[in-house]
Design a binder for this molecule. Structure first.
Ligand SMILES: Cc1cc2nc3c(=O)[nH]c(=O)nc-3n(C[C@H](O)[C@H](O)[C@H](O)COP(=O)(O)OP(=O)(O)OC[C@H]3O[C@@H](n4cnc5c(N)ncnc54)[C@H](O)[C@@H]3O)c2cc1C
Length: 566
């Protein structure tokens, strides 16, 4: 028997889940949800809320009880910890000098929301209007806004843009961010970009501070926010260390899943629906393992074809980013979090009042800007970190280096293009569910994406050269002043650029089975009782970070699922 144990971390305001045996006597459920990530935890809460339906949530990873997950800055370590992380590696990409990239994904209750950087960002209105205009009725901005608000317990309270009293805490850290952030914001003022006090409110453009999914110094993962409050429900069963290996299909109807739970193979049957919420890498993998995908590819990999759906695993999008490192004349978070005594001070401060650098993200401020005339929307997403660290895409020893600040005062300004147009794929390499799929990124294959890279690099330097930020810049440490020409900027990007982990679009929503995987109600084309609900259903990646949009997708999906099964 498997148990979900008590939460050992002292999180006063979160009720610990009840201790109870969770292997069910009966293996038939109304809904089976695969994956307890950003989307899966929301679904588990909403679909079990009435008490009418028996809901099974299956998660390949384990408990999220570790302080590394609950303390916000712990993500510097879970970033490369296989205990909580799928640790994917992409295929070599010519645009990145033939390098592979490391792609962390959460493998734990809460999924990637348990190890992300906690920035809460919905993106631009136009992102969703484009989803709707691509043939997906119901997904325009005015239709999705109520679902963003539904989840929210927003620090600004309920208003036209925000919700209050919802499960997901969204906090503001204006009183806690590092003083260098103000210099960054003032440089934006001086350049005429203007400020916003709320990127998720009226003004989504300009310079500002990020809001974060943190409640009283503790990570507001979807596990903490949505799953934990629902754990006491007798109609909700959560199994951890449960790797779903295929969807059980009769003809083209989902009737359950086959799963290995702690080494024991089991089948679970569903009366209503199977919902895949395994994320942008695993959901397309699972569909393919189950015989739903491009028929030729499935046959080549030895998987019997149930339904030819060529778009499964295609269309992969992500935000590709590079950081510019600036040495600083004044102390930065490197001075605080580098030396052992600084770490002790930060630890004490956190233990004492849940505040300080450990209680929030190091990614504290940023901007959405247009880098050229004639753009209808911002095309660049900038990040300001009052710290510098090297997130190598190649392993150093057993780990990837994210956790160590540089041994000198410095800060980072990073950028990515908001709406990349390059698309890659996620395809199984064999019929073995334990083999990782092949992730092909095809980054920077369009002139649009390449133009943004050059303009982004020049924008970062313009900001760093503008007072009052310029006043404290000692020198550009990386890539260095010698990198000036377009060719040199690309060469540097190829050497150092990497993902900001917003993988999406691999089971895209759309009206045509030839080019999409799910319809506007997130039902897999040509199949019955099978949906996908996670980042993979985005028709195109949103302009900003992706956790809030995934939570919105799950909120809307829950309503559609309940309505369709009423
Ligand atoms: C390091 C990092 C930093 C990020 N920073 C931010 C940020 O600051 N702000 C932001 O908005 N977004 C951020 N993101 C992105 C954001 O967290 C993701 O887009 C979002 O969490 C994806 O949600 P999902 O439900 O699609 O997938 P996930 O949350 O990844 O959930 C998928 C779940 O399914 C489980 N699963 C998969 N396959 C199976 C299977 N076969 N059987 C059983 N279980 C399975 C997985 O273990 C996982 O728990 C970040 C992501 C990462 C990795």
């Amino acid at each position: 028997m498997q148990r979900l144990a008590r939460h050992p971390f002292p999180v006063q305001h979160l009720k610990p889940p009840p201790e109870r045996a969770i292997l069910p006597a009966m293996n038939e459920y109304d809904y089976i949800i695969v994956g307890a990530g950003s989307a899966g935890c929301v679904l588990a809460n909403r679909l079990s809320a009435s008490g009418q339906d028996r809901v099974l949530l299956l998660e390949a990873g384990g408990s999220d009880r570790s302080p590394l997950i609950q303390v916000p800055l712990g993500y510097g370590l879970t970033f490369s910890d296989p205990k909580y992380n799928w640790m994917y590696t992409t295929a070599p990409d010519p645009a990145l000098d033939g390098r592979t990239s490391f792609w962390p994904r959460g493998k734990v209750l809460g999924g990637s929301s348990s190890l992300n950087a906690m920035v809460y960002m919905r993106g631009q209105h136009a992102d969703y209007d484009e989803w709707r205009d691509a043939g997906n009725p119901g997904w325009g901005w005015s239709e999705v806004l109520p679902y963003f608000k539904k989840s929210e317990d927003h620090v600004f309270g309920a208003n036209a843009h925000h919700g209050a009293g919802g499960e997901l805490a969204v906090s503001d850290f204006a009183d806690q961010v590092h003083p260098l952030c103000e210099r960054f914001l003032k440089a934006g003022d001086a350049l005429g970009y203007g400020r916003t006090s709320d990127f998720n409110g009226e003004r989504k453009e300009g310079f500002g501070l990020w809001q974060m999914t943190i409640r009283k110094g503790v990570r507001a993962s979807t596990s903490n926010a949505f799953l934990r409050p629902a754990m006491h429900r007798s109609n909700l069963t959560v199994l951890t260390h449960a790797l779903v290996q295929r969807v059980l299909l009769q003809e083209r109807e989902a009737v359950g899943v086959e799963c290995v739970v702690k080494g024991v193979r089991q089948q679970f049957r569903c009366r209503k629906e199977v919902i895949l919420s395994g994320g942008a890498i695993n959901s397309p993998q699972l569909l393919q393992l189950s015989g739903v995908g491009d028929a030729q590819h499935l046959r080549a990999k030895g998987v019997p074809v149930v339904h030819h759906l060529p778009a499964v695993g295609q269309g992969l999008q992500d935000h590709l980013c590079v950081s510019y490192f600036f040495k600083s004349k004044v102390p930065t978070l490197n001075n605080t979090l580098g030396p052992w005594y600084g770490k002790v001070w930060a630890g004490m401060r956190y233990l004492f009042n849940r505040k300080g650098p450990l209680g929030m993200s190091v990614n504290q401020a940023g901007a959405f800007v247009r880098s050229r005339e004639g753009l209808a929307q911002p095309n660049l997403h900038l990040y300001f970190n009052p710290i510098s660290y090297t997130a190598n895409t190649a392993p150093v020893g057993k780990r990837f280096q994210l956790q160590n600040p540089d041994p000198f005062p410095a800060f980072l300004i990073s950028f990515n293009t908001c709406r990349p147009t390059s698309r890659g794929s996620v395809l199984i390499q064999s019929a073995n569910p334990n083999d990782k799929p092949l992730i092909t990124t095809h980054f920077l294959t369009t002139s649009h994406d390449r133009q943004d890279i050059v303009e982004g690099a020049r924008m970062v330097r313009r900001i760093a050269a503008t007072a009052p930020l310029a006043d404290i810049v000692e020198s550009e440490h990386l890539p260095g002043a010698q990198v000036q020409s377009e060719e040199a900027i690309f060469a540097d990007f190829a050497k150092r650029g990497g993902s900001v982990y917003h993988a999406s679009c691999t089971c895209a929503m759309g009206p045509m089975p030839e080019t999409s995987v799910v319809d506007a109600r997130l039902r897999v084309h040509g199949m019955r009782r099978l949906r996908v609900v996670d980042a993979s259903v985005f028709p195109s990646v949103t302009s900003g970070n992706t956790n809030a949009p995934v939570i919105m997708v799950a909120e809307k999906a829950a309503d559609m699922i309940l309505a369709d099964n009423a």
